[in-house]
Design a binder for this molecule. Structure first.
Ligand SMILES: [Mg+2]
Length: 546
């Protein structure tokens, strides 16, 4: 059974704590922070923390009461909080590093990274139901909700619930998961958030494979590769993507990263994949199924041959097709007119600038309120702030939510039809919204000198916590997915988005409006669920999956 083939890996790596991405170099005009080093026990060292980082692999497990100023204290104080191992403290170093590191002792086991009304409801049900009962009831409720989303029991129980684009075989998924984690046999320890997320993902994998998967989209940072990294030549995901493409499935990377007019910078995030396309000599009929949607929804790229490799006769410049094949494939922008929706094509640059001006003002004011020194990164379709000193995830969350609230204040007075959520969890459309007039008035008291325009144009936006920065992008991934579906002519049930940020401050949340989702915590989980998916496709005899 394909699912079972994959499960032992998860059993071997049962740490489901979501890791959060660090800074988002894709957006940074300034040099990005050093990439996280999740394998290192001293991530501070990666950024040159010097004495602060020289703690080796020590774990703060000693009794504190008797150590006082002894060396063990230094080890303890300088060992980062595990949850922050890939967070901003891991790479942003400055004069406050000492205090931020010290503060790591005060363990903040918060749940900002694990928030979802559906999963929380399921968790609460375990007080009165067994795991099997919860799975069976939810499976039935999802089916009921798909029949009548406005009058369903699920709608009454969880008013913000969105749409489900496939059934969810939760009892089957629980049975598979149960073999290794004994959920149904545990008496005193109920499932935790990540365990239910895994069960929902397993159900979604099986459902999407059964429904006939035609497009799978991946978030990049934190999903395909570690945040701030790129897809190296040895990435397991390369083989997975090639197998999916050969099986006739469209694959797209839908990312916040946006490099207007600069395909080479997109290529630089995927050198291993583009080289693999060339090394395998994949025909255009296969590579045509691969796309990148950058800037959430602002740039679409496709794969092209090396532009200098072929002469007019189709042969390489040295007359050899073989040498041309060795050159990595290139990426090229698809003309906006071929894929952008009329709404997106109608965005005026002046309105975009006004929205970003307002967002920048709110971000800078909020950073000032929170006493976080930041650098502002302004791009064609995005603006963000990057802390210049270590801070904590909660502070970035406060900034992201503040800008959501401020920019979206008037949007509440001008509600728009919502498609709701899909797949796992509730479609809160997190972080996305539509700016409206006067919403930036709140920043009129800004202590900064950044001017705030009196009105904000009515444009969709996405304000999110990048883990190491906070950004506001024009548009959102839902628009990107919708445009891609339309461009490829696909039905929503045939689309699956894989991402790591589905909380209200995450930029993957908006995709719930338009397709099923898999919520992963890190690239290793992506690898696990895609292997499971490929197993399902293979079992179905889908052509090309070996
Ligand atoms: Mg991500």
């Amino acid at each position: 059974m394909p699912a079972k083939r994959g499960l032992p890996l998860l059993a071997m790596t049962p740490a489901p704590t979501p890791t959060e991405p660090g800074a988002r170099p894709a957006q940074a005009g300034a040099p990005p922070p050093a990439p996280p080093t999740p394998s290192s026990s001293t991530p501070l060292a990666a950024g040159g923390a010097g004495a602060l980082a020289a703690t080796g692999a020590s774990t703060p497990n000693a009794s504190l009461a008797h150590h006082g100023p002894h060396p063990e204290w230094a080890d303890l104080l300088n060992t980062p909080e595990p949850d922050d191992a890939d967070g901003p403290n891991s790479s942003l170093l400055g004069p406050r590093a000492r205090s931020a590191s010290d503060a790591g002792v005060l363990r903040r086991k918060g749940h900002l990274k694990e928030q979802d009304p559906l999963i929380e409801f399921m968790l609460a049900m375990h007080a009165t139901h067994t795991a099997d009962e919860v799975a069976a009831k939810f499976e039935g409720w999802v089916a009921d909700h798909r029949r009548d989303p406005h009058r369903s029991r699920l709608k009454r129980l969880i008013p913000g619930i969105g749409a489900f684009f496939t059934p969810l075989p939760l009892t089957q998924a629980l049975a598979e998961y149960d073999e290794f984690f004994a959920l149904s046999r545990r008496v005193y320890v109920p499932p935790n958030f990540a365990e239910l997320r895994h069960v929902l993902n397993i159900a979604q994998v099986h459902a999407s494979a059964t429904a006939g998967l035609e497009l799978i989209t991946f978030d990049a940072d934190g999903t395909l590769y570690a945040d701030g990294a790129h897809m190296r030549h040895d990435s397991d995901m390369i083989a997975h993507i090639v197998r999916l493409l050969r099986a006739g499935v469209h694959v797209a990377i839908v990312t916040a990263a946006g490099y207007p007019g600069d395909a080479a910078r997109f290529e630089a995030r995927l050198p291993g994949l583009l080289s693999a396309f060339a090394a395998l000599d994949l025909p255009a009929s296969v590579t045509d199924r691969f796309h990148i949607m950058g800037g959430e929804c602002n740039y679409l790229l496709r794969v092209v041959p090396p532009d200098d490799a072929f002469g007019a006769d189709g042969n390489a410049s040295d007359g050899s097709k073989a040498s041309a094949r060795r050159r990595p494939r290139r990426l090229a922008f698809v003309d906006d007119g071929e894929w952008k929706s009329p709404e997106m094509a109608a965005w005026r640059e002046a309105d975009v600038a006004a929205l970003l001006d307002a967002a920048e003002a709110v971000l800078v004011e909020t950073a000032s309120r929170l006493a976080v020194p930041v650098s502002v990164v302004r791009k064609e379709r995005a603006v963000g702030v990057v802390p210049l000193a270590p801070t904590v995830y909660e502070v970035l969350e406060e900034m992201a939510i503040t800008v959501q609230v401020e920019l979206g204040a008037a949007a509440a007075e001008r509600p728009r039809p919502s498609g709701g959520g899909g797949g796992v969890g509730v479609g809160v459309g997190g972080g996305s919204g539509r700016a409206a007039a006067a919403a930036a008035a709140a920043s009129s008291s800004s202590p900064t000198s950044i001017p705030t325009p009196p009105t904000i144009p009515d444009l969709p936006f996405c304000a999110f916590n990048g883990g190491g920065d906070v950004f506001v992008d024009v548009g959102n991934k839902s628009l990107g997915l919708e445009a891609l579906k339309s461009y490829l002519g696909l039905d929503p049930s045939a689309v699956l988005h894989v991402g790591d940020r589905f909380t209200s401050s995450g930029n993957d949340a908006a995709t719930r409006d338009c397709c099923s989702i898999l919520w992963v915590a890190n690239p290793e989980e992506t690898d696990f669920f895609i292997r499971m998916l490929l197993g399902d496709l293979e079992e179905q005899g889908q052509a090309g999956v070996e």
